[in-house]
Design a protein around this ligand. Structure first.
Ligand code: PHE
Length: 353
């Protein structure tokens, strides 16, 4: 009987040595360790043996079982190892394949320039104040000294939104400029201390909307950056100094500026600031239409009526305000001849920035 066990063990180990994959391995287990295997039959036949034979055969069968189980585990590990080695060898990355091109995104040119303007003015002491895009007629016009039916409304074609409101004051418009933010900012500051409002220095960047026919020169939407400074003793000199310094930081240390009288209902006096043409250096070229100057922004001393509407006492406080179009600056700088490129979503345009 012990000889029989020896044979069983030998046959099983020989068979195991030729097992090459998981499936055959499982089959081997059933054949050699399963219920109907020769080994298990030895176990179930133990009862029929004599008392003298039984311990030795039982012991021997147990030894064979342990040996086969160990051999099975060993073989399993060995198979897994060689499978891993094989797949590392055969399924290795083919590094000759070209990779997927990495295309980093970038900011829209209008956003780039907007951020540049904001960065410069922030460094000069202005805080960003975010104001709403959807306004009432009151804020967009009336509080800025543009009453209903005033001819100055002709300066800005307006998207009036039909909100079913009869009263003109509260009728809804998409802001035509960032100037209504002046009132919001002043009121926010003056409400903190109505008797002695703090000095105010904010910029108001954001999208504006006008009911324009879309052409190469006009769009229905564009960004503006508004600025307003209010405090005691602010004069036109501060306006000129601040805006000229802005022009130098924006267009280069040698940028010369000039101010021309203009009209805005919400500033008095009002001006337009030109910067010496940075394309031709002031010599005269198609970009500056041979004048040597480029118009950059509108500005002026805040009208006393507007100061009052913002909660500042105009006998005590003065201020200046300005508004510029960052897209326009970009058009001048890069000789972009069609404003429609900005919101046309054509990557051939956008990728150049
Ligand atoms: N809001 C004016 C415009 O859109 C610009 C401006 C702002 C002028 C502030 C003076 C002061 O044309």
């Amino acid at each position: 009987m012990l000889e029989e066990l020896d044979k069983i063990q030998q046959a099983a180990l020989e068979a195991l040595a030729s097992v090459k994959d998981e499936d055959t391995l499982q089959a081997w287990k059933v054949t050699h360790l399963g219920r109907s295997s020769g080994l298990m039959q030895v176990f179930s036949g133990l009862g029929k043996l004599s008392k003298e034979e039984r311990p030795a055969v039982g012991q021997g069968a147990n030894n064979v079982k342990v040996a086969l189980e160990n051999a099975f585990v060993e073989r399993t590990n060995a198979l897994r190892q060689s499978e891993l080695a094989r797949s590392l060898e055969e399924d290795a990355l083919d590094i000759t394949l070209p990779g997927r091109a990495f295309r980093p995104g970038r900011l829209h040119p209008a956003t780039q320039n907007l951020r540049r303007v904001i960065a410069i003015l922030s460094n000069m002491g202005f805080q960003v104040f975010t104001s709403r895009d959807v306004e009432t007629d009151e804020y967009n016009f009336q509080l800025l000294n543009i009453p209903p039916h005033h001819p100055a409304r002709e300066m800005q074609d307006t998207f009036y939104v039909d909100a079913g409101i009869e009263d003109d004051t509260y009728s809804v418009v998409l802001r035509t400029h960032t100037s209504p933010g002046q009132i919001h900012a002043m009121r926010a500051y003056s409400s903190t201390n109505p008797d002695n409002p703090p000095p105010l220095r904010v910029i108001l960047p954001g999208m504006c909307y006008r009911y324009e026919q879309i052409t190469a020169r006009s769009e229905v939407q564009f960004n503006q950056v508004e600025g307003i400074a209010v405090g005691e003793g602010i004069t036109f000199t501060d306006l000129k100094g601040t805006l000229s310094e802005f022009a130098r930081r924006m267009f280069g240390q040698n940028a010369r500026t000039r101010f021309r009288a203009d009209y805005f209902p919400f500033t008095e006096p009002s001006a337009e600031m030109d910067v010496e043409c940075f394309v031709c250096g002031g010599e005269g070229c198609p970009v500056c239409k041979k004048t040597g100057w480029l118009e950059i922004l509108g500005c002026g001393m805040v009208n006393p009526i507007v100061l009052q509407n913002g909660g500042y006492d105009p006998t005590r406080y003065t201020g200046f305000a300005f508004g510029m179009g960052p897209e326009r600056q970009l058009m001048l700088r890069h000789k972009i001849d069609d404003i429609r490129y900005f919101w046309g979503n054509d990557v051939r345009f956008l990728e150049q920035f």
